[in-house]
Design a protein around this ligand. Structure first.
Ligand code: ASP
Length: 336
């Protein structure tokens, strides 16, 4: 029998009705079998861990990701798989960060949550938890990846984006199809799942917080770029550009970007589109960026690009190594 650790970080999923007041309040993870007795029918041993305090995922940050990574490291040999219950708002960021921090991951880490609390009749949380545990406990298919399971689909976590605040289909993976689909059976797409690593797990314990996301928009101004270039200690920018990597071509914009790069700040170009890739040099509007040394994020999501920058700039000091890593596919977050 597989041993699974279910970690509850917080978020909508864990809300249940207080029997006396009827109000929604966070559930006690120890009582998971009382809330979801059906979990006993899955052929695995479930143990639980509740983060203290539990948080709305809008309070997620680098320190909490490092704690989660350490928690998995400390429990890695004891369990065959991990399920993380997490708010949906920053789930894609957390999945991305863990995918970089946990090198040579050989066991499934399935992150899930819900749009409606477990305590509500039409909750999507019930099905999400059940399938996430089933996938983490599967003895014939072991997924050595940090995944998000949501609305009957298993995604590579660092390829996802939250796209809906209303419907159950909350996540989208525009550049990589789902790794598995749940229907009558769970059908896995083996050719998309990462291979088992050849080495043992290595956990990184640092992340750099001196990074920002800068969205290009038609009202962008010289003052905005100046303000960014004056941010103390800034080390990395995820620059969300138009379409296949395009940005304004006027002189003040290009000079502003050059000034930032000359200060030693790494800039990664990612697209604002939900699918497709940056192709710097395809249009004139991105040729200059390429010449200045802006790094192409290719088909990476903004969430994964931010986590990648925090990881690379936090753990490697040599600029050449940083550039090489930012240019490469580290853990399936982008296509080569
Ligand atoms: N605000 C909540 C969170 O992200 C929303 C959710 O769980 O869906 O923690």
């Amino acid at each position: 029998m597989r041993n699974i650790l279910v970690i509850y970080t917080g978020g909508t999923i864990g809300m249940v009705k207080d029997v006396t007041s009827g109000a929604l309040k966070p559930f006690d993870m120890q009582k998971i079998y009382e809330v979801l007795p059906v979990l006993r029918k899955i052929n695995c041993n479930i143990e639980t861990y509740q983060c203290d305090p539990i948080i709305d995922s809008s309070d997620m940050n680098a320190d909490k990701w490092l704690l989660l990574a350490s928690l998995i490291e400390d429990n890695y040999s004891k369990y065959d798989g991990f399920v993380i219950l997490h708010g949906t708002d920053t789930m894609s960021y957390t999945a991305s960060a863990l995918s970089f921090l946990l090198k040579n991951l050989a066991k499934p880490i399935i992150i899930t949550g819900s749009q409606l609390p477990l305590g509500m009749i039409r909750t999507d949380g019930r099905d999400n938890i059940i399938s996430a545990v089933e996938i983490a406990a599967n003895e014939s298919v072991t997924i050595p990846e940090v995944c998000i399971f949501f609305d009957n689909k298993l995604y590579r976590g660092n390829r996802t984006t939250k796209i809906n605040a209303e419907y159950f289909e909350a996540f989208y993976s525009g550049n990589l199809p789902s790794l598995a689909k749940v229907g009558i059976n769970i059908s896995y797409k083996q050719h998309l799942i990462l291979p088992q690593p050849n080495d043992v797990l290595f956990v990184y314990h640092k992340l750099c917080n001196d990074v920002i996301i800068m969205k290009i928009h038609p009202a962008i101004s010289k003052e905005y770029l100046n303000a960014i270039s004056n941010i103390p200690n800034l080390k990395g920018i995820v620059m969300e550009t138009y379409g296949s990597g395009n940005a304004p071509t006027n002189e003040w914009f290009l000079q502003g970007i050059k000034k930032i790069i000359d200060k030693g700040v790494m800039i990664m170009n990612v697209t604002q589109c939900k699918a497709g890739s940056v192709e710097m040099g395809h249009y004139q509007a991105s040729c200059d960026l390429k010449d200045m040394g802006v790094i192409s994020g290719r088909d990476i999501t903004t969430e994964a690009a931010l986590a990648k920058m925090m990881f690379v700039l936090g753990n490697f000091n040599d600029r050449k190594v940083q550039k090489e890593l930012l240019n490469s596919n580290i853990c399936g977050e982008c296509s080569i």
